[in-house]
Design a protein. Structure first.
Length: 104
């Protein structure tokens, strides 16, 4: 999995862990200034905000990318184990998500 603290362009954030049940939890990464989530890390997936056109493009291009359950049509859910996206692409998407969320 990716280390958020090593991605340039990400400002102050808060990490919250939510226990979903006895076996599953998820980490919510929220922007410190507005307390809005920009990244959700589940056991097998990550979810982030994105631009609608870019989201549609990535969903059509990769089998491991789908519409986010957490963010809805404004986000993507990416299966972590599929490794279809390069680490640099994933970092760019997380940075984009942070910047989109910062302006909400």
């Amino acid at each position: 999995m990716i280390d958020i603290t090593k991605i340039s362009g990400i400002g102050p954030f808060i990490k919250e862990t939510k226990q979903l049940n006895d076996f599953n939890s998820r980490d919510l990464f929220k922007i410190e200034s507005n307390n809005k989530a920009f990244l959700v890390v589940n056991k097998n997936t990550i979810e982030l905000r994105t631009d609608n056109k870019l989201g549609k493009l990535l969903i059509n291009k990769y089998e491991s990318v789908m519409e986010s359950r957490y963010f809805g049509c404004g986000g993507l859910e990416i299966v972590s184990s599929a490794d279809q996206l390069e680490p640099a692409e994933l970092e760019d998407l997380i940075r984009l998500s942070y910047n989109l969320t910062k302006n909400l």
